[in-house]
Write a protein that binds this ligand. Structure first.
Ligand code: FSX
Ligand code: SF4
Ligand code: F3S
Length: 378
């Protein structure tokens, strides 16, 4: 395989750059993608070269993606990015071997593909699970190919190197576990504990979570062959260590006491704080304002809707929408966002990822560098 060097001296397989070209992915988009993934992980930018190398390693382990009780919003959010590289990056670069939503095959053919991939990659593949497992009545509320979700996860879970529970459903039960939880919807980590399955679990709650958190988690694992640092709820610290409220672009309004009192009032139109109409940002840990969603440079609060705490167990789907949040941290952030500042335009991953950072000054210096790369290339 021919090797070439980029302007930073990083080696990239020529063979792969040609493949990228064939798929309409420019080299600069690829480098930018790696840089932004690294920034999301709060790693130094120099780590991007290692990420690029791991993605281009033909022996990288595949990702197998199972669907249980859910709405497929997690898959949708991953594919809704309009930037032309994203679907290629997701489908090809993380080696998505099996996904019920995206497989062209159906029936026995696709079941065979799943079992062949599990067998060939035993102990190596990354298992992404979207959706909760219903435990009531022996799991009859969710069956695929004649087997219950419970039986499927008990069979495949122990053979994975690691499991990523994508979305609140897989992390802690999500919307289906709302009281009175008739199907006994349960998150994957709890199902593993109950069945003594030792495979490590990473939770990425959110309904849906930002796709960049999934990509960064998978790329971190592929690159370093270990899990990122997790908090006590099994969430990567790089994505879930700050409250939404800490990085929100409306935070100066909160601190100044300027609140929307109802939808459409003058304060709402002026972009003031949504706390009084039920924003759960002050009790929800997630990086939504920093990383945004897809390529549209938005997140719930930026389009005028309160955060409803979709990522936080006990808040999303548990507290009434318009109930006021418990404010977990009253200290104003060290760096205030400029409330008059326009978010960067454009639809690149880089722009999407850095948009909140411009407003929130939240992540590390590597993000600022990633932004500079984005600006230079723009
Ligand atoms: Fe839907 Fe995913 Fe919500 Fe659940 O996201 S967006 S119901 S977290 O599992 O598909
Ligand atoms: Fe932003 Fe909500 Fe906090 Fe107001 S309450 S600053 S809208 S996160
Ligand atoms: Fe969910 Fe709140 Fe983020 S509703 S998407 S955790 S802003």
């Amino acid at each position: 395989m021919i090797k070439s060097k980029d302007k930073n001296g990083s080696q990239i397989d020529k063979h792969y750059t040609e493949q990228l070209k064939e798929r309409g992915i420019s080299r600069s988009d690829f480098i930018k993608f790696c840089s932004v993934a690294v920034a999301t992980m709060s790693m130094p930018l120099s780590f991007a070269a290692k990420v690029a190398k791991s993605i281009t390693d033909p022996a990288r382990p595949p990702v197998i993606w199972l669907h249980f009780q859910e709405c497929t919003g997690c898959t949708e959010t991953l594919l809704r990015a309009t930037h032309p590289t994203v679907d290629n990056l997701v489908l090809d670069m993380i080696s998505l071997d099996y996904s019920e939503t995206l497989c062209a095959a159906a029936g026995h053919q696709v079941e065979d593909a799943l079992h062949k991939s599990v067998k060939a990659n035993k102990g190596k593949f990354i298992l992404v699970v979207e959706g909760s497992v219903p435990l009531a009545e022996d799991g009859i509320y969710c069956k695929i190919g004649g087997k219950s979700a419970l039986d499927i996860i008990k069979e495949i879970g122990p053979q994975a190197a690691a499991t990523v529970s994508i979305g609140s459903c897989a992390s802690w039960g999500g919307v289906q576990s709302t009281y009175p939880n008739p199907t006994q919807a349960t998150g994957i980590g709890d199902v593993y504990k109950m069945n003594n399955i030792k495979t490590p679990v990473i939770n990425l709650p959110g309904c849906p979570p930002s796709p960049y958190n999934l990509l960064s988690t998978v790329l971190y694992y592929l690159t370093l062959k270990k899990l990122p640092k997790l908090d006590k709820l099994g969430r990567p610290k790089f994505a879930y260590s700050t409250l939404v409220h800490e990085n929100c672009e409306r935070r100066p309004h909160f601190d100044a006491g300027r609140f929307a009192e109802k939808y459409g009032d003058e304060n709402h139109r002026q972009g003031h704080c949504l706390y009084k109409i039920g924003c759960k940002g002050p009790e929800t840990y997630a990086n939504c304002p920093s990383i945004n969603f897809c390529d549209v440079n938005t997140w719930p609060v930026s389009v005028g809707h309160p955060c409803f705490g979709c990522a936080e167990q006990g808040v999303g789907f548990a507290k009434p929408l318009h109930e006021q949040a418990d404010v977990k941290l009253v200290t104003p952030p060290a760096g205030f966002p400029n409330i008059n500042e326009e978010k960067p335009g454009g639809v690149t991953i880089g722009a999407a990822a850095v948009a909140g950072v411009v407003a929130g000054a939240a992540i590390t210096a590597s993000v600022a560098t990633a932004k500079k790369i984005g600006e230079t290339e723009a």
